[in-house]
Design a binder for this molecule. Sequence first.
Ligand SMILES: [Cu+2]
Length: 369
Amino acid sequence: MGIAIVLIVIVAASLLFHFVSPWWLTPIASNWGQMDDMLTLTLVITGGFFVVLNLFLVYTLLRYRHRDGHRAAYQPDNRKLERRLIVATTFGIVALLAPGLFVYAEYVRPPSDAMVIEVLGQQWQWRYRFPGENGKLGFVDPRFVTGANPFGLDPADAAGEDDILVTPSEVHLPLGRSVKVLLRSHDVLHDFYVPPFRARMNIVPGMVTSFWFTPTKTGRYEVLCAQLCGVGHYNMRGYVVVEEPAAFESWLKAQPTFAASMRPAPASSAGGAETLVARGQALAQSRGCVACHSVDGSAGVGPTWKGLFGKTETLADGSTARVDEAFLKGEIREPQTRLVKGFPPVMPKLDLSDEDVAALVDYIRSKAQ
Ligand SMILES: [Cu+2]
């Protein structure tokens, strides 16, 4: 009897929680209303089974409870009942899976006039590439990947010279235009997910995955990585800004092409201290340092840069070291040689020029106070 009451309370509480909880889907901002329909369908079918099965259990607990002088009947099998259960379960599973397959088939078949954008996932940042004026993405190969060429574009392929590269973690898209998204990984499994678009796709090392969508509402939406991809995973975030086509075009024009990004940066001596710090700040953004190192003192995967310069750090081996220029340069060049106590040994070795390292150190120094 007690268990029967508990089951009824669980069913009632589940239904109540479902209807009064504030955790509903965010307003949709793309064409994929069908995703919401699939979610609703799944919820209705699994929720219906949940209620029916629990109430059936309550019924059997009461109907067949122990009574004096009453013996249970022995029934080794019941073919009719088994057949009915198999048919009912088959219908339930087909109803759960089949509609989703039709939606998925549409999800990976973009309209022919869709614009193309490439998403590059890397521990723990997002990068984007648009085809330039020729409308073609240039050839890429892992053997061309360097610090200055994170996309691995082939320098000999003329089609890639005008490719537009977006290295900060914010990308813009025009309102109402279908977008075909191609996804590549620089390292491990990631998943590009923008909840208001109801769109996501795994990014698998060694292959190009894709899907398409049409943004239907202007706004700034958060991008998440939806596959556990390492200690910085929770910080692998970015933004998609959906705006009017004219605003998008002028934003796109301001982004560098591959050819421009490969031109050597102006000599740092010409710019003075101010630009060196600015360059360090830009590098910290574009090379993903900020995914693990905060500049406002908040905790992260790595030590915060606020007040770091000049501080004395305790190392993993118990010794101490003063954080000065030489120490920081050493840490950036060979992150695994000396480890700061309390932090995991996960910092990647980046391919940076001497000027880049100097700019980063200057930026960290500027956060000393
Ligand atoms: Cu990730």
